[in-house]
Design a protein around this ligand. Structure first.
Ligand code: FPP
Length: 243
């Protein structure tokens, strides 16, 4: 039998940008007879470990789907708990990441977000904006379709103002929340679901997808490494041909 599955990460081929759909907090909690909120709290612990691992591996951008535009329809108690976790995270981020070169950014709409979260986002983004190492990007109140609607609206405004000579891909990309961030190389979704759920729908066009059955609270740095090893074994063709 020929075994050629690599078990070690190639440090020269680390994905520049990893995006993660952190799915399965609710199921993790249900399996243990706990409330969904406990699952989210456990999920935020996992996230801290994964940020650390990405930093150690030299990943340049990490984007996580923390709260979608659709998540407002969840029970109020769950939405409140998620907002509480996010606020806690933003308030303590610099202390937790002290000594590490991590810039924190938040993408998504501001509509419906509690004032105190908007204030914290502004504070943490400003405080970390000159840091170059890992950009940790939190997609909060984010929806890919909403992002495109906003980009197209800006495009129309700019066209009316005579600021645009041509409508091409760059004209759209430049008006997205991710305007200065390269597209993800690798998308990871946990919990066995295989869809992108309105996440980075424009930016994921040529990303490699990695789905795993592990529920997000159980996702470990070893699972992340497995995803990267799988990515490193793939041949990216971007629609072309490789000989
Ligand atoms: C999806 O699992 C997860 C979410 C909607 C929230 C993700 C949030 C966190 C991991 C914690 C907070 C984030 C930060 C940045 C501190 P689900 O609830 O849909 O799980 P289910 O599909 O099993 O019900």
């Amino acid at each position: 039998m020929i075994f050629n599955k690599k078990s070690e990460i190639d440090p020269d081929n680390i994905p520049e940008h990893i995006a993660i759909i952190m799915d399965g907090n609710g199921r993790w909690a249900k399996k243990r007879g706990l409330s969904r909120s406990v699952g989210h709290r456990e999920g935020s612990r996992t996230l801290r470990k994964i940020v650390e691992e990405c930093y150690q591996l030299g990943v340049r951008y990490l984007t996580v789907y923390a709260f979608s535009t659709e998540n407002w329809s969840r029970p109020k108690e769950e939405v409140d708990e998620l907002m509480k976790l996010l606020l806690e995270y933003l308030r303590n981020a610099e202390k937790e990441l002290a000594g590490k070169k991590v810039r924190i950014r938040v993408i998504g709409g501001k509509k419906h977000l509690p004032e105190e979260i908007i204030k914290e986002i502004k504070r943490v983004e400003e405080n970390t904006e000159n840091i170059e190492g890992l950009d940790f990007i939190i997609a909060l109140n984010y929806g890919g379709r909403q992002e495109l609607v906003e980009a197209v609206s800006k495009l129309v405004e700019d066209a009316k103002a005579g600021l645009i000579s041509e409508i091409d891909e760059e004209a759209i990309s430049k008006r997205l929340y991710t305007r200065d961030i390269p597209d993800p190389d690798l998308l990871i979704r946990t919990s066995g679901e295989m869809r992108i759920s309105n996440f980075l729908i424009w930016q994921l066009s040529y990303s490699e997808f990695y789905f795993c059955d592990v529920l997000w609270p159980d996702f470990s740095p070893t699972h992340l490494r497995d995803a990267i090893i799988s990515y490193q074994g793939r041949q990216r063709r971007f629609g072309g041909v490789k000989c």
